[in-house]
Design a protein around this ligand. Sequence first.
Ligand code: GLC
Length: 663
Amino acid sequence: MIRKYNYGTPFETEAIVKKFELSSGSPEFGTIDLSEGFCLEYLMDEMDIVYGLGEANRGINKRGYIYVSNNTDDAIHTEDKQSLYGSHNFIILSGKETFGMFFDYPSRITFDIGFTHHSKLTVSCEEANLSLYVITGDSAYDIVKQFRSMIGRSYIPPKFAFGFGQSRWGYATKEDFEKVAREHREQHIPLDMIYMDIDYMDSYKDFSVNEDNFPDFKAFISEMKQQNIRMIPIIDAGVKIEKDYDIYEEGVEKGFFCKKEDGSEFTAAVWPGYTHMPDFLNQEARTWFGDKYRFLTEQGVEGFWNDMNEPALFHTPEGLKRAKEAAREFIQEEDEKCSVWGLNSVLGGLANNPEDYKNFYHNIDGQRVRHDKVHNLYGYNMTRAAGEAFERIDPDKRFLMFSRSSYIGMHRYGGIWTGDNKSWWSHLLLNIKMMPSLNMCGFLYSGADIGGFSENASRDLLLRWLAFGVFTPLMRNHSAAGTREQEFYQFEGAEDFRHIIGVRYRLIPYLYSEFMKAALQDDLYFKPMAFEYPEDKIATQIEDQLMLGNEIMLAPVYTQNATGRFVYLPEEMIFVTFKSDGSIEEKRMEKGSHFIPVSLNEVSLFIRKGKCIPVCQTAESVDELDTTKLTMLGYENSEYLLYEDDGVHKDYENPGNYQEMKK
Ligand code: GLC
């Protein structure tokens, strides 16, 4: 049962695609106070678990901390952080009373989930203009499925996007990319995509290519494709201010950039230097920007990643002026009076300053709306611009698309990657814990930068992270300029990396099938243990094991120097190890706790009692996979329903896509 309540005048975010009648009265859970903005309070029971919030810090159970939905470009996701790049305002209470709540509010909203008072859930925002959806059902899992059916089908990428992708900030020339392709192909490390970070562009101008580095870009894209490698360029939100740059000039002429109060274009520095921000919340501007992707699709590009779309603002001219004044005063101060901290905070406060977000406006259906009031919708609408354009460009073709910033609703147009993490073991664990929450909010095609974006990755971290990445739909090794080179071939013992990625390709028939079933049935690809074993008191507390699809359970190793880990089995299962010599070991294990050995060069998974999964032979790209010859792993006399399609078009509803497999 779903009930919708409106407070004030909610902004139409288009997160929800189903129509609901408004309910009168108050929601049956919690109390609402509208005296200062909006505030909902609910008294939690001692054992209640709180799920949801998608891309958020800490655990699967969100209880015990404060989370603030406020899309933020913050590369240091330490445990104290309350906001990351996305805002996914859906929570599920599971326990004494079980219900879900979606707060459809496009600006900053705070979830204090038993932090200030252990038993109190407080959800509050400044303005009482929002829609609240309250969902009741049989279980947390059932509520999630109902929510997913309200928000529309999750984005489905082309099948090649289930292959492995190599990325690094710093690849600039045709030769740089060719080297990555060559190393992979020569060393037989599978590869389907190479990502093009900002240096492929001319002076970081969107929809431009540096012609010195790519004399014939179209031919280059086609040569790579002949090797079954897709090139995936980045597109940043800010448009460089430069005379004679067509996109800048057109945007100004048509009034498609965000404006300040005085009607002039808002300016902020990002990678290209000073830029203007396209007004993605304006339908016409969105169509205009979306059509620019044609510049690359016409040259054979089949996928993109959208970045810096919180939007990230390094500084504004006004902020810089204030900082310079502060620096001037600092220089003139006597040494004893100098406030180093004061100057530090002025300089540190230049980037993504909350005040800057109050200084520009959107033109939404002729209405002027201040940016901070709809801040969390910006990245969503950038990706929507692309998604809507792909429908015009080639309606039956799937394009790869994922974004950094997001809001629920964007999940229909693209996936997400989880932004600038670090080469830390704790960030591998964060990646593991975040996946089911992302799925609950509709983001199925997602993943983290494997090995970590900033800082230097050790070989063992990279291998362990990769062994988890085998299972994340988006599987990409990405790292920042200036860090240790993180391509697999830069490390000793390339065969270990080759083997682990090879296992991913062996599992693609199963992983793709489970992904597609999850997308087509508004279901989860990754689930917390509690969703499958709600009655098991131990399973409901486990956060470092995940269920994947309907057949398997994962217990990734995420600590350094470990030779394996402890795992809890809520029922008998078959422990499967993909050994480094290519063999597959299957071992039946009883319900209970066990220590499982997992070497650095192995991939392991558990098959649930009575189930089986298909595997194929490995290949160096998705296009080369032979999915006609499948072997089944798991329990004798079990069955599996396999989904398969051409991976290119959108013939999803064809009953011929399903096939019964038997072990
Ligand atoms: C941002 C992105 C990162 C990218 C960098 C340069 O930090 O999150 O992935 O490499 O910008 O474009």
